[in-house]
Design a binder for this molecule. Structure first.
Ligand code: ADP
Ligand code: MG
Length: 351
């Protein structure tokens, strides 16, 4: 059974303890901003910071991080790099998702009015399978020059993902779920995914259901994203589609993504970038990570704190038009953060 919202293993006196994994590139500075906002505005969360060394040739750091997430139940993370070339060391990002069975990645993509973008008024939720498909990590070179890679689709994981998508639609008053696939070519694997979604849709007669082939979906997204409401898809298509949609509304620095399983939740920027080339320059857009921290507050049941943070972000982007370089603005990361803090203090009367 899924945990109720607000459940956290470690909750003391109304405060939650949460695991924080800064990751590489801009991750550490973005986490510094999250800490600053939370500290200066009195958000009821304490962070347990866990570092994962990208150069490590063993999994000790990773195992420690996973233990911390199991203890706290909730984590916020930047993108971790895995530099080891050893076959035994798989991507730490993938390992965390698989170990904790975080089978859902959900990304709510909503436009900000004053952020320069290809389309206005986009409001789509992408629900992506997060632990199998093309990311099963089962690759081998069978003979020299021939590599085989297994894509794994299971009925159970497809069904619980589809159920999540329909339940999300129901809870949020959304009217349509669209399954994205390539079942015309991958008849067995994507065929099973599609068939499972079709079967699940029969339990939700009040929600419209349709399906679309991934290549057409990409074209439709770029030309008319407003036709979509909730989208559900296998892992690799989800990675591509979520990046396309983030690009439509203003790029990598804005939108957050949530990873859920039945027991744990991990929050991060939606497009999962490292941003190494802009690290340490005070130019990264802090909004995607702050939106991830707002998602985390919501999950922990701190709805009012979440709303205050989201309102402060909207006011900063849409009213004050304080934009970082990725949005063609001139604001520094720290200017945006300071402005968000100012708005939260005004809202809460704690000036
Ligand atoms: P990856 O981690 O997949 O290698 P990158 O780190 O190169 O991807 O990120 C893709 C692009 O998005 C880069 O141009 C990077 O600078 C930009 N980017 C990612 N996150 C942010 C952010 N928070 N603010 C501004 N630009 C960002
Ligand atoms: Mg990178």
């Amino acid at each position: 059974t899924p945990r109720p919202v607000g459940f956290s293993r470690s909750r003391y006196g109304g405060r939650n303890a949460v695991t924080m994994i800064p990751g590489a590139g801009i991750g550490p500075e973005l986490m510094g901003f999250v800490r600053k906002v939370f500290f200066e505005t009195g958000m009821p969360v304490d962070f347990e910071t866990v570092q994962i060394d990208s150069k490590s040739d063993n999994n000790d750091d990773l195992e420690y991080a996973i233990t911390s997430i199991r203890r706290n139940g909730v984590c916020i993370k930047g993108n971790i790099e895995t530099e080891s070339q050893s076959q035994a060391i798989i991507s730490r990002n993938v390992a965390i998702r698989n170990e904790l069975d975080l089978f859902v990645n959900a990304m709510h993509v909503q436009s900000y009015n004053k952020v320069p973008s290809r389309h206005k008024n986009v409001n789509v939720v992408v629900v992506r399978q997060n632990t199998e498909g093309e990311y099963a990590m089962l690759e081998h070179e069978s003979v020299n020059g021939v590599v085989e890679s297994l894509k794994v689709i299971t009925r159970d994981n497809s069904a619980r993902l589809a159920r999540y998508a329909f339940e999300l639609a129901k809870k949020n008053g959304r009217s349509k779920v669209t399954a994205i696939h390539k079942a015309n070519i991958m008849k067995l694997s994507d065929g099973l995914f599609l068939e499972t979604c079709i079967n699940m849709s029969k339990n939700y007669p009040d929600i419209a259901f349709d399906h679309m082939i991934i290549d057409n979906c990409c074209m439709q997204l770029v030309s008319n994203p407003h036709q979509f409401d909730v989208m559900v898809m296998p892992n690799l298509y989800g990675s591509i589609v979520s990046n396309v949609i983030c690009g439509l509304v203003g790029g990598a620095g804005i939108i957050s993504g949530k990873n859920y399983g039945d027991h744990y939740a991990v929050f991060e920027p939606g497009t999962r970038n490292t941003g190494s080339s802009i690290a340490g320059t005070n130019t990264a857009n802090p909004v995607a990570m702050l939106n991830a921290s707002a998602d985390m507050l919501e999950h922990l049941g701190h709805q009012e704190h979440c709303n205050n943070l989201r309102t402060a972000i909207s006011k900063t982007l849409d009213e004050d038009i304080l934009h970082t370089a990725d949005l063609n603005g001139t604001a520094k990361s720290s200017d945006v953060v300071q402005n968000i803090i100012k708005h939260i203090k005004t809202i809460t009367g704690n000036i």
